[in-house]
Ligand binder design. Structure first.
Ligand code: ADP
Length: 737
């Protein structure tokens, strides 16, 4: 129709273009003499008119021809666009502002088995699964707010069944901005939805499996702890009897293997607790220096026995007191330093704490540096994975489970920190971690020494001790000059004869009886003439202190050197009194003897022992009677309550899991009794060492908690404490076992 119109207009315009000028010319030519007067101007007018009419006609013709071209291009474009729309998988629908369908594409019609003409003009929308719906097609909620596009998902019933679609709604507006139409484009996302569902159910299943694995490990290790109690306890009792040398060797072996097994079980239990998300971080206030130095001090005997140096440095700027989980931090440090010692045969291990940033909370970096065997590149990649060990030979030679680092990593991550490793094969390893801790007391810089007293010479034969002592001197605000060999130190003294040192710290090599060069000879150097000469010795070397004094030293420090002690010693206000600076910290913790005399004799205190397991009961009875307690044993909670009514006891040891009436129920009943029996301290004995178990005991009214297998010393110390003063502090010492 349109085409014919255009054709008609073109033909008409050509006709006019030729016909009109022809008519005009003919008209004037056929009346040659009308007026002489008009003759001359008439021919002019004729010519102009002719020109005007012809150009008008030509212009019209070109205009019509152009219009035709444009109309054709538009038609082609529209059919291309329509083709594009129809060939898309996406379904498209347009609705007017009042919800009447004005357009649907072919994909839409195919999918919902419709005819476009029948849908147009209706309020049709595809069937929506209302339980999964999150928006209605064509209701353009963003239209009023002027949002450009609204996106939502719907589950629609199609000829292929229920399928998920992602709709994009676009507003179509008139020039005044009024909403005229909403165009909705829907894309089938059923496959993506399916993948998402599969992934999330796979993840849920994996999490469930992991949780049940952790729960299984926790239960299993708990179950193993109970018989371990018997084995370790009996071995201990056995070793306390008269034995031949051969028998003693066997009994020692049982005890040692039992200890190893117990620590393995504890690791597994700890790991599974962490894995199942059962670790709650404490927020204790503690001193960083103390926490770190106590770890190196604990491991000093072990290190020195191997001839390995061990040292801790807390650098300047690290806050004095912080808030965080001290126990877990110590656990990680003990593990890393323990590993470092285990894999170092020569040289030493240094722990360094430095401030990495932040004010409150601060980020602290802990480094554990060793000169041991290092870790190969291959092993490095998954060294923090569970059950991973450097290589097979390591496992055979050094033992271990490969859980320590995995546990450490999880603890550090729970604390919001990072853990990592730097190592050069054969030249030792540096494990590091960072933690964020709240500052309670910020670092206080020690008073600056007078200029002449600031220079301190550090001489050691150890590449670990020399720089570490140097850093400790620096942390005390003095200027160190540290040398890792006496030769280097002497050479430096000769090179700079004008320097005057206030103090010389001389680190006596491990195992040496005397310094390499007599101290009198050192004093001949002008640089050291006025210096206080301090010898740094291992605890084992203290027996020769008198000798060192006589040979010209002024004071001594015991390794590992505590920062506070060093600071006191360097302070020029304090006179170098022989040994005074060191006396405070010379005790080095050692493994407690199996049964120590310090726990004394109970002189007949009465203990009610509620324990259903015969071996455990025998063990506890043997330990207690040996130390003067009178023990009355019952086998369940019911008997325990009866005994409490009939007999007066000083303390109750209550197993948690017993037949008939368990420990918790019995405790609740005892606490409800009339008379003094209700106030008798009750100690929970249990192999359940989860936090919830402690809480349950506390809630039931128990006063203390002793995890099994217990060490005789712990049991005795706890009873001692309970019986001495009913109102002393809580049982945290025993509970941390
Ligand atoms: P474990 O020591 O109980 O086997 P860890 O997880 O603590 O378990 O350590 C895993 C492995 O990492 C060790 O077996 C050892 O091969 C390697 N490793 C850890 N620390 C060091 C270290 N300081 N030097 C060399 N190797 C180390």
């Amino acid at each position: 129709m349109g085409d014919m119109g255009v054709h008609f207009r073109i033909i008409a315009s050509f006709f006019l273009a030729i016909a009109i000028p022809a008519t005009v010319v003919l008209q004037f030519n056929s009346a040659p003499v009308q007026s002489e007067l008009l003759n001359a101007p008439t021919s002019n007018i004729q010519t102009w008119l002719l020109l005007f009419v012809s150009s008008l006609a030509i212009g019209l013709a070109i205009g019509w021809w152009r219009e035709r071209q444009l109309a054709e291009a538009l038609r082609q474009n529209e059919s291309r666009l329509q083709g594009l729309i129809d060939s898309q998988g996406d379904i498209i629908m347009r609705k007017s502002a009042d919800g009447v369908v004005s357009f649907v594409n072919e994909a839409f019609c195919n999918l919902f088995e419709l005819e476009a003409d029948k849908v147009k003009g209706t309020n049709y929308h595809p069937p929506v699964d209302m339980t999964a719906a999150r928006g209605m097609i064509g209701t353009f909620s963003g239209a009023e707010t002027g949002t450009f596009r609204v996106r939502y998902e719907q589950r629609l019933e199609t000829r292929d069944g229920w399928r998920w679609f992602l709709w994009d709604d676009y507003p179509v507006r008139d020039p005044e901005g009024v909403l005229v139409e909403v165009q909705s484009v829907g894309r089938d996302i059923t496959d993506r939805k399916q993948i998402e569902t599969d992934l999330s159910s796979a993840r849920d299943a994996a999490e469930r499996a992991n949780r049940s694995k952790s729960a299984f490990l926790a239960t299993m290790s708990h179950e193993i702890r109970t018989p371990m109690n018997g084995i370790l306890g009996m071995a201990m009792l056995l070793r306390d009897t008269e034995l031949t040398d051969e028998q003693r060797t066997y009994a020692d072996a049982v005890q040692e293997s039992g200890d190893a097994l117990l620590s393995l079980i504890n690791d597994i239990l700890d790991y599974s607790k962490i894995e199942s998300g059962k670790v709650e971080l404490e927020a204790d206030e503690f001193e960083i220096r103390n926490a770190v130095e106590s770890v190196t001090e604990l491991l000093t005997p072990q290190a020195h026995e191997k001839g390995v140096q061990i040292v801790a440095v807390v650098r300047q700027g690290v806050p004095e007191r912080v808030k965080g989980d001290k126990g877990r931090l110590r656990q990680v440090l003990l593990n890393l330093v323990g590993n470092a010692l285990k894999f170092t045969e020569e040289g030493g291990v240094a722990v360094r704490v430095s401030l990495q940033g932040g004010l409150n909370p601060v980020t602290l970096k802990f480094e554990v540096i060793d000169t041991g065997i290092g870790i190969s590149d291959g092993a490095r990649a998954n060294i923090f994975e569970e059950f991973s060990q450097g290589d097979d030979t390591t496992a055979r030679k050094f033992g271990g489970t490969g859980l320590g680092l995995a546990i450490s990593k999880r603890i550090i991550e729970a604390m919001g920190g990072e853990i990592g490793l730097e190592t050069t094969d054969g030249a030792g390893s540096t494990f590091w971690f960072t933690v964020q801790l709240e500052t309670v007391v910020p670092a206080q810089l020690p008073a600056l020494p007078a200029p002449g007293e600031a220079d301190i010479l550090v001489v050691s034969d150890s590449h670990i001790i020399a720089p570490a002592l140097g850093e400790q001197v620096e942390a005390a605000s003095y200027r160190p000059q540290a040398h890792a060999s006496l030769g280097a130190a002497l050479a430096a003294l000769e090179r700079a004869p004008d320097v005057r040192f206030a103090v010389m710290l001389y680190d006596l090599p491990l195992g040496a009886d005397d310094p390499d060069v007599p101290v009198e000879m050192l004093a001949d150097f002008p640089a050291l003439a006025d210096a206080r000469k301090v010898i740094v010795v291992a605890p084992e070397q203290r027996k020769r202190l008198d000798h060192f004094l006589a040979s010209g030293f002024d004071a001594f420090l015991v390794k590992p050197v505590r920062q506070a002690t060093l600071q006191r010693l360097l302070n020029p206000g304090v006179d170098a009194e022989w040994g005074s600076a060191s006396a405070a910290h010379t005790s080095t913790p050692r493994r407690a003897p199996a049964i120590s005399a310090s726990n004394g004799n109970a002189s007949g205190a009465r203990v009610l022992l509620a324990e259903d397991n015969d071996i455990n009961a025998m063990l506890a009875t043997a330990i207690l009677t040996k130390h003067g307690y009178k023990v009355h044993r019952v086998v369940n909670g019911r008997e325990a309550i009866e005994a409490m009514i009939q007999i007066t006891f000083d303390v109750v040891l209550m197993d948690m899991q017993m037949p008939e009436v368990d420990g918790l129920q019995a405790t609740v009943k005892i606490r409800a009794l009339e008379g003094p029996a209700r106030n008798v301290p009750i100690v929970a004995l249990t192999a359940n060492v989860m936090d919830e178990d402690r809480d349950a005991c506390r809630n039931a009214g128990m006063s203390e908690f002793l995890p099994k297998p217990f060490v005789a010393d712990e049991l005795l110390a706890m009873l001692n404490r309970i019986l001495k003063s009913g109102d002393e502090d809580d049982g945290s010492a025993a509970a941390s076992a």
